[in-house]
Design a protein around this ligand. Structure first.
Ligand code: HEM
Length: 495
C-alpha cells in the first residue's frame, strides 16, 4: 500500500462540517464573513460545539505561517475530506484571510424552522434548491454525536455517533435511503420532531431536488460545484487566487551561508516524475551578484542527491504519480557572491535539454547581507540557538577586517502552534491537548562573542525556548546600518 492511500475517517467528517460552519456566517448582502477561520473563536458556541470540531481544528494547528492562513487549510481540509471518502475532486484556490475575532452566530441549528434555514442559506449565497443539495452533500458524511447532541440522538448507539447514512463514504446513499424511507438519519426520523431539520429541508420542494440527486453522476457534479462555492465564499474584501494546480518545477529548501572561505548554497528542485522515464540530468547554474567570476554561461553544479517520494492522494488524482527531489550543494565565490540561479534539465530521452528559470524571471536571491546560518545554529532540542550571519561592510571586507556593522538590529518572528486562548481552558481539559491557536513570537539577536567572525561575516545569535510548541515558519528582520532586510526561513533545519 502506498503511504498516501486515502482514509475516510471521523476526522474527514468533522473537517468537512467545520468548513461549512466557518463559511456559514457569510452575509452576501454586506459582503462580510465566510471562509475566514473565524470558527477558531466560535467553536464553543452551542451551534458549533463538539469534540469533532475541536479535533479537526487541532489537526491544522501547525499549518499556518505568515503566508498561508488557517482558512486556506480549512478549505483544503474539506477538499481532502471529500476525496478521501471517494468523492469528486474540488478545485482549490488560495488567498483566504484569517479573521481575528468571532463572526456573527448565524450557523443554522436543527431546531430552527424551515423559513429560518431558507433565510440563513440565502444570506450565505445559496437558494432553496442549493440549500437542499448542499445539506445532502454535507450529510453524505458522518453523523450526530450523542455526547454533544443528547436531545437529538435519544437512543444509545454503540459508536456514540448516529450516522446519516448506512454506508461510510461520500456518495448519495443518504439520498436513496431518504427516498425509499430506510433512512436512519436522526435529522430526518429522530424521535425529537423539532430537530428533524433535514426532513424539513429535503422535503421542502416535494422531494424534487432529492430525486434529482438520486443519480450519482448528478450528485457528484452538484456537490463538487456547491462545496467548491462553499469553500470559495469569502469576505468581499478578499480576492482568491486562480485555481492552484501541481506545477512541474518547484524550488525548495534553499539555504545560503558562509562556510570555509566560500558561501554554501543549498537548493532543491522538485519535479513531477512518472518513474517510467529515464532519470533526468539536472544542472544548477548561477550568476555573480557583483564583479565577474563565472564563465559566460554561468557557474554550475550537478545534483548531490536525488530522492523519489510519493505524491499526495490529491496530487495522484490530478495525474501526479511521484515527485523527484534533486538536491544541489554549490560552493559560491565569496567576493562575487550569487544574484540568481536557474536549472538546465536533460531528460535523457533524446529530447533537447531545456532551461527551468521561473518562466524567464530566474530564481533570485534578493540579498546576501543577512543570512540564516543553519550550520552554526543548533536546533536539535527545544532550547534552540539560532545564528544569523551579517556581511561586514564592503570596505572592511576589502581590508579583510571583520568589523561588525556599527548599527545592527536583528530579530526573528516565529509562528508557533499551539498557543493558548485563556478563555477556552475548559476545552483544553476536555480534549486532553492544547488549544489550536498559533501565536507569533519575536526574539532579538545579539553579537555572539563565541562565534568568531569568518568569511566576511559576523555572527549574531538568539536563544529560543519552544518547549511543547512546533514552529511553522520564521522570518528574520534586520536593520543594518539603516538598511532593512528580511528573510523568510520556512524550515530551520537543512534536512
Ligand atoms: C440547516 C443546515 C444544517 C444543520 C441544521 C446541520 C446540523 C448538523 C448536526 C446537528 C450535526 C451533528 C454534529 C456533531 O455531532 O458533531 C451535523 C453534522 C454534520 N454536518 Fe451538518 N447541518 C447543516 C448543514 C450542513 C452543511 C451545509 C454541511 C456541509 C456542506 C454539513 C456537514 C456536516 C457533516 C460533514 C457532519 C458530520 C460531522 C461528523 O460526523 O463529525 N452540514 N450537522
Amino acid at each position: 500500500m502506498r503511504s498516501q492511500e486515502p482514509a475516510c475517517r471521523d476526522i474527514s467528517f468533522s473537517t468537512h462540517k467545520q468548513a461549512y460552519h466557518d463559511m456559514a456566517n457569510h452575509n452576501s448582502t454586506t459582503g462580510t464573513g465566510g471562509m475566514d477561520a473565524s470558527i477558531l473563536f466560535e467553536f464553543t458556541r452551542p451551534q458549533d460545539i463538539g469534540v469533532g470540531m475541536f479535533e479537526s481544528l487541532s489537526d491544522f494547528a501547525f499549518n499556518s505561517n505568515e503566508y498561508v492562513g488557517l482558512a486556506d487549510s480549512i478549505a483544503m481540509g474539506a477538499i481532502n475530506a471529500v476525496i478521501d471518502c471517494g468523492g469528486p475532486v474540488i478545485p482549490f484556490r488560495g488567498g483566504r484571510i484569517d479573521a481575528t475575532v468571532a463572526g456573527p452566530a448565524t450557523v443554522p441549528e436543527p431546531q430552527q424552522d424551515l423559513a429560518s434555514h431558507i433565510a440563513s442559506f440565502k444570506a450565505q449565497g445559496f437558494n432553496q434548491t442549493e440549500m437542499i443539495m448542499l445539506v445532502a452533500c454535507g450529510h453524505s458524511l458522518g453523523g450526530v454525536r450523542k455526547v454533544d447532541f443528547p436531545l437529538i440522538v435519544t437512543e444509545n448507539v454503540p459508536t456514540g455517533i448516529q450516522t446519516f447514512a448506512s454506508t461510510v463514504g461520500f456518495d448519495n446513499t443518504l439520498v436513496h435511503e431518504y427516498l425509499n424511507s430506510t433512512t436512519e438519519n436522526v435529522l430526518v426520523v429522530g424521535a425529537n420532531i423539532t430537530t428533524r431539520s433535514d426532513l424539513r429541508i429535503f422535503s421542502s420542494d416535494n422531494n424534487v431536488t432529492m430525486q434529482r440527486l438520486a443519480s450519482s453522476t448528478t450528485f457528484n457534479t452538484v456537490c463538487a460545484d456547491l462545496i467548491g462555492r462553499m469553500i470559495d465564499t469569502v469576505p468581499s474584501s478578499v480576492t482568491l487566487t486562480d485555481v492552484i494546480e501541481p506545477f512541474n518545477y518547484k524550488v525548495t529548501k534553499t539555504f545560503l551561508f558562509p562556510q570555509n572561505g566560500s558561501l554554501t548554497f543549498l537548493a532543491s528542485l522538485r519535479i513531477i516524475s512518472s518513474r517510467n522515464a529515464p532519470t533526468p540530468t539536472i544542472t544548477m547554474f548561477w550568476k555573480e551578484r557583483t564583479g565577474s567570476f563565472c564563465p559566460p554561461k554561468g557557474c554550475s553544479v550537478g545534483t548531490s542527491d536525488d530522492t523519489i517520494t510519493d505524491s499526495s492522494f490529491l496530487a495522484q488524482l490530478k495525474g501526479v504519480p511521484f515527485f523527484d527531489l534533486f538536491s544541489f550543494n554549490a560552493s559560491i565565490d565569496l567576493k562575487t557572491s550569487i544574484s540568481h540561479f536557474w536549472f538546465e534539465v536533460n531528460n535523457n530521452d533524446g529530447s533537447t535539454p531545456f532551461v527551468v528559470d521561473n518562466n524567464g524571471a530566474n530564481y533570485t536571491i534578493d540579498q546576501d547581507v543577512v543570512l540564516y546560518d543553519p550550520l552554526r545554529s543548533d536546533t536539535s532540542n527545544p532550547f534552540s540557538v539560532l545564528v544569523v550571519g551579517v556581511r561586514a561592510p564592503f570596505f572592511s571586507f576589502l581590508l579583510q577586517k571583520m568589523l561588525p556593522p556599527t548599527d545592527a538590529n536583528i530579530s526573528i518572528s516565529q509562528v508557533k502552534g499551539p498557543g493558548s486562548n485563556p478563555n477556552l481552558t475548559a476545552f483544553t481539559t476536555l480534549s486532553g491537548s492544547d488549544i489550536p491557536f498559533t501565536t507569533s513570537k519575536t526574539s532579538v539577536f545579539a553579537l555572539d562573542p563565541s562565534l568568531p567572525p569568518a568569511d566576511g561575516y559576523t555572527f549574531y545569535s538568539s536563544s529560543i525556548s519552544h518547549i511543547g510548541q512546533l514552529i511553522s515558519s520564521n522570518t528574520i528582520h534586520a536593520t543594518i546600518n539603516g538598511t532593512a532586510y528580511s528573510r523568510w526561513v520556512p524550515s530551520l533545519d537543512i534536512g
